[in-house]
Design a protein around this ligand. Structure first.
Ligand SMILES: [Zn+2]
Ligand SMILES: [Zn+2]
Length: 243
């Protein structure tokens, strides 16, 4: 499987990541990627950027070192209603919105409560990707979440970092989610979740799991720029009231 993009990347603005936009773009170019998403954590993350960070991303060139740069966020789901830590007006102006549960920002609850929280975020029209849903820290009804992702056309992420350095014990949950995504026709996206530039485009653990689950490249969003553009087209379609 050949990947053309990595759309889950952090910079020093996240407060606990160690590379700049320039360093990340350079690393992506060196790895032959065509597109990256700069997706720092939302403002609710301790040490994370102020909301202004996201409105001012327009100063970043659309292309650096030949790599297309998407302006994005990894928004925090901050309550059981699935609300995010960035207002719709700001989400609307970005190129890509990832959303996920993080233990410092999201209320952990029962399987039913966590499932409802994640599905409520999936229903947010500005959310394009649900990140690391296989995190064993937040137990969910994976079948219900994947069905909702398919219904609302939100991609489910296979997070390489979850299989390598963070969120220990994710692998069996990720495997289950991949199988369900295949079954229900939900889109999959692979993200490095890089917090230091050399990790960009490192999908090695994810590739093993994709092989094991016999996932076809055609269902993995970041194997095709056209596929990514078509997934993100809905943003342009919905933006009317904000731009
Ligand atoms: Zn995350
Ligand atoms: Zn991340």
């Amino acid at each position: 499987m050949k990947f053309v993009a990595d759309l889950h990347i952090h910079t020093i603005s996240s407060g606990h990541a160690y590379s700049t936009v320039m360093e990340n773009a350079r690393a992506a170019a060196d790895k032959g990627l065509e597109m990256i998403g700069i997706t720092d954590h939302g403002p609710a993350m301790p040490g994370g950027p102020h909301a202004y960070h996201f409105s001012n991303m327009k100063v970043i060139p659309k292309t650096l070192f030949g790599v297309e740069i998407l302006q994005g966020v990894e928004a925090n789901i901050i309550d059981r209603a699935g609300n995010l830590d960035l207002e719709d007006e700001r989400l609307a102006c970005l190129d890509i919105v990832l959303a996920g549960l993080h233990h410092v920002c999201s209320p952990n609850g029962s399987i039913t409560e966590n499932t409802e929280m994640l599905i409520n975020a999936i229903k947010n029209p500005w959310v394009d990707v649900i990140v690391h849903p296989g995190n064993p820290e937040f137990l969910i009804d994976a079948e219900a979440v994947v069905q909702a992702a398919a219904k609302y056309d939100v991609a489910v992420e296979l997070n390489n970092s979850s299989l390598k350095v963070s969120r220990k014990g994710s692998s069996p949950y990720c495997e289950k989610i991949l199988c369900l995504a295949k079954q229900y026709g939900a889109k999959i996206i692979v993200g490095s979740d890089s917090h230091f530039a050399p990790a960009i485009g490192d999908f090695s653990q994810a590739i093993e799991l994709l092989k094991k689950c016999e996932i076809s490249p055609s269902t993995v969003l970041n194997t095709s720029i056209a596929g990514i553009r078509s997934h993100l087209q809905r943003r342009t379609n919905r933006r009317g009231r904000y731009r």
